[in-house]
Design a binder for this molecule. Structure first.
Ligand code: NAD
Length: 452
């Protein structure tokens, strides 16, 4: 074998992983039945009824190349790995408001009434369970549908009872939880978060470092149910949850669905770096008028979001490796609550770049996007992929599922690793993980063998 070809072979590992088949129903549990959750569930039902297409979903529409370019093997991802089918999904949720999913979807104002009315019989059967909620963590909203308990551990027990009840009544063989509730106030990791033992003690002591989202996560992982975090909250990104996740073989991933402006950033910034174009500044501002926008109007919740949005450029551009190009750029992110826009956000970016001999240039991006339309397929893919991870011997016990970074603004990684933000590297990581699980060769894009 020619040396170059041999080298390519060594880089390509070959091993398959044991994956249980997705028998029975998959129960999807959603804290937060707002715009994103209702757009996701209504969409799944519309697709099941054949009245809409799952655009934007990698699991439903994506393909994966296998072997050499000349092999012409590119199956659909859902035919390549054993994912749950849409017909097998059943749903429940929690919210501080009492609206069922149909009413909540109408109020969210994302999908047209004509579409919602066709899925009303299904949506209106999904009624919110009483939430674990504390106004101190989400200052801008309050609602009546809230659990009472003697302490945070008691509330966690009530959630665990909900989970068991849903599993029984829905007949689901497996469950997953996806956090689609509001962004909570900014919390930094503290002593209460360092181990399961410390966390459990803090639950009984009503420690203020434990936010409601952490109580859902604790309940979920304690029941062996994987947890995906769609908001930028700390939630499962603490050692206690990593420990619990590994111990109970309940995978975790997060944080903060990568939609809208940050999606654009992670598409554009890798391009600038690839062409060694420098950056002087990136100013991003948004107007949005949905409830998420209202919640983010509070400085505490905004701080959580801001941290998530700001880290992206630093990680992609690697100023430590390219100090001349990226050592001094200004990055600002603003979110303005502007009710007339509803869910139809507008995100503006002014990007000051520089090229050959330092000559400045500008790029303006005006993205008139629909937040929940971009988020819904992410929720679907996460549900199906985290369920796959839970059925997979190699993935279920590792805790953080870094291969799902593709879907997040602020991807979780093993302690000490920097997160990978570049959308295209994230996609390659995801697809190579799937290839690896199925014992297919990883694709390195080396391609020298075509010229031997
Ligand atoms: N839409 C997007 O593109 C996008 C992108 C990234 C992240 N997110 C995040 O996803 C989350 C949902 O976004 P949305 O637009 O659907 O917001 P939304 O305000 O429409 O829905 C959130 C729902 O969560 C409920 N809620 C709040 N705290 C709760 C609790 N403790 N338990 C149960 N329910 C609770 C609220 O009552 C509300 O109905 C937000 O945190 C948002 O920041 C959204």
């Amino acid at each position: 074998m020619p040396a170059r070809q041999k080298h390519a072979k060594i880089e390509n590992r070959k091993s398959g992983s044991e994956i249980q088949s997705p028998k029975g129903k998959l129960g999807v549990m959603i804290p937060g039945m707002g715009a994103v959750a209702t757009t996701f569930v209504a969409g799944v039902e519309a697709v099941r009824k054949g009245i809409a297409r799952p655009i934007g979903s990698l699991t439903q529409m994506g393909t994966i190349r296998l072997g050499k370019r000349t092999d012409a093997r590119s199956p659909k991802i859902k035919e390549f790995v054993p994912l749950a089918g849409l017909d097998d999904l059943v749903f429940t949720g929690w919210d501080i408001f009492e609206d069922d999913m149909y009413t909540a979807a109408c109020k969210a104002g994302v999908l047209e009434r004509a579409l919602l009315d066709q899925v009303e019989p299904f949506l209106s059967t999904i009624k919110p369970r009483k939430a674990v909620f504390d106004h101190n963590y989400v200052k801008k909203i309050d609602g009546p549908n809230v659990k009472k308990g003697k302490n945070k551990m008691d509330l966690a027990e009530q959630l665990r009872a909900d989970i068991r009840e849903f599993k029984k009544t829905s007949g689901a063989s497996r469950l997953v939880t996806v956090w689609c509730a509001s962004t909570e106030t900014f919390i930094e990791p503290s002593a209460a978060h360092q181990s399961v033992k410390a966390f459990e003690k803090a639950l009984t002591q009503n420690d203020e470092n434990i936010a409601p989202s952490m109580i859902y996560a604790y309940a979920s992982l304690s029941e062996g149910v994987p947890f995906a975090n769609g908001a930028p909250n700390l939630t499962v990104d603490i050692p206690a949850m990593h420990e619990l996740s590994r111990r109970n073989e309940a995978p975790i991933c997060g944080k903060d669905f990568k939609t809208g402006q940050t999606l654009m950033k992670t598409i554009l910034a890798p391009g600038f770096k690839a062409r060694l174009l420098g950056l002087n500044g990136w100013f991003s501002t948004n107007i949005l008028g949905n409830r998420d926008g209202e919640v983010l109007d509070d400085p505490g919740s905004f701080k959580t979001k801001e941290e998530s949005k700001l880290s992206v450029l630093e990680h992609i551009l690697q100023p430590e490796l390219y100090p001349e190009l990226y050592g001094k750029f200004t990055h600002k992110v603003r979110i303005n609550y502007y009710p007339p826009r509803g869910d139809n956000k507008e995100g503006w970016d002014n990007i000051d770049i520089f090229g050959w001999l330092g000559y400045p240039m500008q790029i303006k991006v005006d993205f008139l996007c629909r937040d929940s339309i971009l988020a819904a397929p992410i929720v679907l893919d996460l549900v199906l992929f985290i369920d796959l991870a839970t059925r997979c011997a190699e993935l279920r016990g590792i805790g953080i599922q870094e291969w799902l970074s593709f879907y997040f603004k602020s991807p979780m990684t093993a302690p000490g690793l920097y997160p990978e933000h570049d959308l295209f590297i994230q996609l390659m990581k995801l697809k190579n993980t799937l290839r690896h699980l199925r014992g297919e060769e990883l694709i390195t894009h080396l391609g020298l063998e075509y010229y031997d």
